[in-house]
Unconditional design. Structure first.
Lengths: 623, 461
């Protein structure tokens, strides 16, 4: 009935959408199969993109030609650059989005992407021949053939929703769960597990008293996510902050005996960094209050997301407890929070390309791999989409290194360390965080995106221009002097030592007390130089300032990366027989056999493989 | 993280450790010649021909440490295939140690076991059949290194390094908390406390680094444990060996409740003799603690001297005792010297029945007879390569290297704090110091920080 596709994507969430867009834009014929065309790119949890480390990932997706950044820019209602008081590696963009618009824009974007077809149905079975996937069978019994399949099932596989003592089969509030795939894959020897996550109640904004809460406005000069010509916001909506209190806690405790968490009905492992409110009270009983972010769900809707109040306590306890918070005295609830358990497949069963080791041309992306978060999911979808296309066309997989992108860190962690709680990105997971900044994602990744065919020539030219002009500007600052007359009053004002003779501009930029702007304002010829840079001036100026100010640290990180890269370039063959290398520890032999690392560098990051084991491996490689 | 494939220059003692006429220290790596040249007064080694020998002094600033011969080999025509240097210096332990430390200060790194051979192999200097042997060497070394190193650290040093590291992890976690969870409603520790903690850690690291020069941190020498039933004369033997009264001697069984040890140099080799509590079944709590410690020592010993009263027990008793010890320490008792004491009180028949156990030695500790047989036996075990002292020197220098690195990184953090450097940059230096300390204790940092944050702070919305 349906044609044979290059790629079928099962699931239309953040991972599925990015996968579909990437593969289609590279030239694959793509079929997106979703259980509900109305919920494509649904923000199941909070209506926000980005945040610390996650914002960097969105920038990376954008730099590689993915759509998450563009959609976020076009649907956001508030923008904040987090961590602005910290160093540039920590600056993290975060946006509050209009939930309905976000999903609509994604759907329209995919509809406008040539090569993407849609089919609304549940995939209940994979067509597998000789350990190779050949297509899918849907709940309606339709067989669709394809060269490869990406599963991005989110929380839907055997999903169970918990709310107080009730538990209902479901993949999301009021949506059915999907069945069949886990059992089929188990029969092929795949290991699966259960994870748990939760979401807070949504309430009626008209019933809240904002005058009793702290306002949290967006940035005065909002930036944006995409490196393309999307427009920054001209008006924004504010969020608000309120707090739980002892009374709230007391009410919540009345529901503990009916809590699916505490009574042991939930078996799946939840994320420790995203605890439910009952968990927070139980584990940190010494704290008399917890912060709650009151976030609007869109420009026009009155629906409000109660961030920080994730819970699976009975609904009457939820509303009663919220009413004890300042500003929530008369709150009306639209829908209660709930916890959800779902199947995932421990990600050590994947190759670095996100293809499964067990079945050829089958890929997993998103929560099915044990991750959490739209950004984490989107980036995996993008990578799986790219790699499915590349493999179908006989090309080498596209793999990002830990030193190149947070996406690289994410996938490397998943494949080599696995995860037993929902994996979220943190900057501290990256060893080269100073290199993986949000401001240079385009410099890091767009040339790669261009090679893949996901970034057009104009974008590449712009990136090259930004890069070369940044270098020129640094050279200019290293060779151009500034005199005491020009700068001393500025130095005095910023409480840093005056200079007695001419100094290079660069020497002054490195002073922590001074910003580049301070110096530009004191040096008209520098201002004139910069004014010739056109619309990219702000980016070039920022880039050059960061590179000059942190030159020493950045050079040190680059040096470490180079050393590590030599390990990354030592390839290990797939049919290496680790059992025969007796000098390896038995744990290392077992883990190496399981993971089958591609490089010595990858092997060194597998838990249970010691430095001594790596030395042994290197010796066996014979240089 | 550990660097497996670096160009850093490595140095190690190439001759057997201990006092000898001449010792050879090898350096290999791109900068080997440069590093040696920076401590060598004589010809400019960077300008000399390959495969040439030069006379001169090794100097620490203005202090002459030794006059030496330096052989220069330029890569690829050297054992490792890299630039290599061999320094022939005088063979006192002090000189060896000082030269090694100087080279480390100048940028060399103490080599790990098998590293010279590994480099030779990786540079195509050895054939593939040797790979297996090198692999085994590396893996057997690493299994023992940390245990050996911890064992060698005096008193509370290992515990102290661990404690410093734990404090640093706390500190680093607070930094990471600030970075990754700045939006959260958690309190961040104030900078003044940070500074105090760092000054404490920094000060202690400096002390440790300095004390290496005086040999105060590491125990050198081959560990020889003296074990046996109570009152067979272990303490008397130890005192005889040390020629001074260190152990408490009495005729009451179970006097030695603690572990007593001291160092003695026999024919240029350092031995560490360790006296232990007599092993027997006991209800006395204090005594069983002593016996427990005796087993611990036996587990870590290089050589065991099992002392028995030749005038009282049978060969079967001794065999039973040995089997029992093997069971308690969970491994066979290797390198055991069976020593029958009170030979003056034992008849010839009594002595001859012990021949079944191998060839035991007989002494009379009280009359100072037969001690030389024992020391000869110890030396011959070293000569036969059954035990070696080299691990001590390797770990010793490695620790010096790592502690110095940690100390430098901590200084960077302190400097950064004074200059109000941003937290993410400070974190880089904190991580380097954690890595260095972790390499000493054998612990790895990776997820420690996040684990610590999740367990201590209420994070997440």
């Amino acid at each position: 009935m349906l044609q044979e596709y290059d790629l079928i994507i099962v699931g239309g969430g953040h991972a599925g959408c990015e996968a579909a867009a990437a593969a289609a834009n590279m030239g694959s014929s793509v079929l997106l199969v979703t259980m509900n065309m109305g919920t494509i790119a649904q923000m199941s949890c909070n209506p926000a993109m980005g945040g610390v480390a996650k914002g960097q990932i969105v920038r990376e997706i954008d730099a590689l030609g993915g759509y998450s950044g563009i959609i976020t820019d076009e649907s956001m209602i508030q923008f904040r650059m987090l961590n602005k008081s910290k160093g540039p590696a920590m600056w993290s963009p975060r946006a509050q989005c209009d939930r309905l618009r976000f999903a609509e824009l994604w759907r329209l974007k995919l509809e406008a992407t040539p090569n993407v077809d849609f089919w609304q149905d549940m995939v209940s079975e994979l067509i597998i021949e000789k350990e190779e996937v050949k297509g899918v069978v849907t709940g309606m019994g339709v067989k669709i053939k394809s060269k490869s399949v990406i599963i991005t099932a989110g929380t839907f596989m055997n999903g169970i929703i918990h709310l107080g003592e009730k538990n209902i089969s479901g993949g999301r509030s009021s949506e059915p769960a999907s069945t069949g795939i886990t059992e089929q894959l188990n029969s092929f020897g795949f290991e699966s597990g259960r994870m748990k996550t939760g979401t807070p109640p949504r309430v009626d904004g008209r019933s809240l008293d904002y005058s009793k809460m702290e306002e949290q406005p967006g940035d005065e000069n909002p930036e944006k996510f995409s490196y393309t010509d999307t427009k920054p916001l001209t008006k924004q909506r504010s969020c608000y902050i309120t707090y739980t209190n002892q009374e709230t806690h007391d009410v919540l405790k009345t529901g503990f005996e009916k809590s699916p968490m505490f009574t042991g009905r939930i078996k799946g492992i939840g994320p420790r960094y995203c605890p439910s409110i009952e968990d927070k009270i139980e584990r940190f009983s010494e704290r008399d209050r917890h912060q709650i972010f009151v976030e609007p769900e869109g420009w026009n809707t009155i629906e409000i997301y109660v961030n920080g109040f994730s819970t699976s306590l009975p609904e009457e306890v939820q509303i009663e407890a919220m009413r004890k918070m300042k500003g929530f005295e008369k709150v009306k609830m639209f829908r209660p929070g709930y916890a959800i358990e779902y199947d995932y497949f421990p990600p050590m069963q994947l190759n670095m390309s996100l293809e499964t080791k067990g079945i050829k041309n089958l890929y997993f992306a998103g929560q099915i791999n044990g991750t959490t978060g739209y950004e984490e999911a989107g980036s995996q979808g993008l990578m799986a989409g790219i790699n499915a296309h590349l493999k179908n066309n006989g090309q080498e997989p596209f793999i990002l290194k830990r030193s190149e992108a947070y996406i690289g860190v994410l996938i490397d962690d998943l494949i080599n360390k696995g995860t037993d709680e929902p994996y979220r990105m943190f900057t501290s997971r990256a060893e080269y965080r100073l290199l993986l900044r949000q401001d240079n994602a385009d410099l890091r990744l767009s040339p790669k995106g261009h090679k893949l065919g996901l970034i057009d020539d104009i974008r590449l030219k712009n990136v090259e221009y930004k890069n070369s002009e940044t270098n020129n500007l640094i050279k200019y600052c290293k060779t151009t002097s500034i005199s005491p007359d020009e700068i001393n009053s500025t130095l005095e004002k910023n409480e840093t030592n005056k200079i007695t003779q001419k100094r290079k501009i660069f020497d002054l930029v490195t002073r922590p007390q001074l910003s580049f702007r301070d110096i530009i304002n004191s040096k008209p010829s520098l201002e004139k130089y910069l004014s010739n840079l056109g619309i990219f001036r702000p980016q070039i100026e920022e880039q050059a300032e960061i590179l000059m100010k942190y030159e020493g640290y950045i050079a040190k990180e680059h040096e470490n990366v180079e050393k590590l890269d030599r390990l990354e370039n030592l390839l290990l063959s797939n049919d290496m027989s680790y059992e025969t290398i007796t000098a390896l520890s038995s744990e290392a032999r077992e883990k190496l056999n399981l993971v089958k690392p591609r490089t010595i560098g990858q092997a060194s990051r597998i838990s249970g493989v010691s430095p001594a084991d790596i030395s042994v491996l290197m010796v066996h490689l014979g240089r | 993280m550990t660097n497996f494939f670096d160009d850093s220059s490595i140095c190690a003692l190439a001759t057997p450790p201990g006092v000898s006429a001449i010792a050879v220290i090898r350096i290999s790596g791109t900068k080997a010649i440069h590093i040696c040249n920076s401590v060598f007064s004589g010809r400019d080694l960077t300008q000399v021909a390959s495969h040439s020998i030069h006379y001169g002094n090794i100097e620490d600033k203005d202090t002459i440490i030794d006059d030496v011969l330096v052989s220069v080999f330029k890569g690829p025509n050297s054992y490792t295939g890299e630039n290599s240097i061999e320094i022939s210096c005088h063979g006192s332990t002090y000189v060896q140690q000082r030269v090694m430390q100087l080279l480390i200060d100048k940028g060399a790194r103490a080599a790990t076991a098998g590293e010279f051979t590994k480099r030779a192999f990786l540079n195509g200097k050895l054939d593939l059949s040797q790979a297996e042997a090198v692999g085994d060497l590396i893996s057997s070394d690493s299994a023992n290194t940390h245990a050996a190193a911890i064992n060698q650290m005096k008193g509370g040093y290992s515990a102290e390094i661990n404690e410093l590291r734990t404090k640093l992890i706390e500190f680093a976690s607070l930094m990471e908390l600030e970075l990754d969870f700045s939006e959260e409603d958690v309190e961040f520790a104030d900078r003044t406390q940070f500074k105090e903690l760092l000054s404490l850690i920094g000060g202690r690291l400096t002390e440790l680094v300095d004390s290496f020069a005086h040999g105060n941190v590491m125990k050198n020498g081959i560990a020889v444990v003296i074990a046996g039933r109570p009152n067979v004369g272990k303490s008397t033997l130890l005192n005889l060996l040390l020629k001074e009264d260190k152990a408490i001697i009495s005729d009451i069984q179970g006097t030695t409740r603690d572990v007593i040890e001291d160092k003695i140099n026999i024919k240029g080799i350092d031995f560490r003799f360790i006296d232990t509590a007599g092993i027997r079944e006991t209800e006395d709590k204090l005594e069983s603690i002593g016996i427990g410690k005796a087993y611990e020592q036996l587990q870590k010993s290089a050589i065991t001297v099992y002392l028995f009263d030749a005038s009282e027990v049978t060969a079967e008793d001794v065999q039973n005792d040995l089997d029992n010890i093997a069971k308690e320490i969970g491994k066979p008792t290797d390198n055991v010297i069976l020593l029958g004491n009170k030979a003056d009180l034992a008849s010839n028949e009594q002595k001859s029945q012990f021949e079944a156990l191998g060839s035991p030695l007989f002494i009379s500790a009280k009359n100072n007879e037969g001690i030389e047989q024992l020391t000869n036996q110890l030396i011959s075990m070293v000569d036969q390569g059954k035990v070696s002292e080299s691990a001590t020197i390797v770990t010793n220098n490695r620790h010096y290297d790592l502690l110095s690195r940690a100390s430098i990184a901590i200084d960077q953090v302190r400097l950064g704090l004074d200059n109000n450097t941003q937290t993410d940059l400070l974190a880089i230096d904190i991580r380097s110091s954690l890595d260095a300390l972790g390499e000493i204790t054998g612990e790895i940092t990776t997820d420690d920080l996040l684990e610590n944050i999740f367990s201590k702070f209420c994070i997440g919305k």
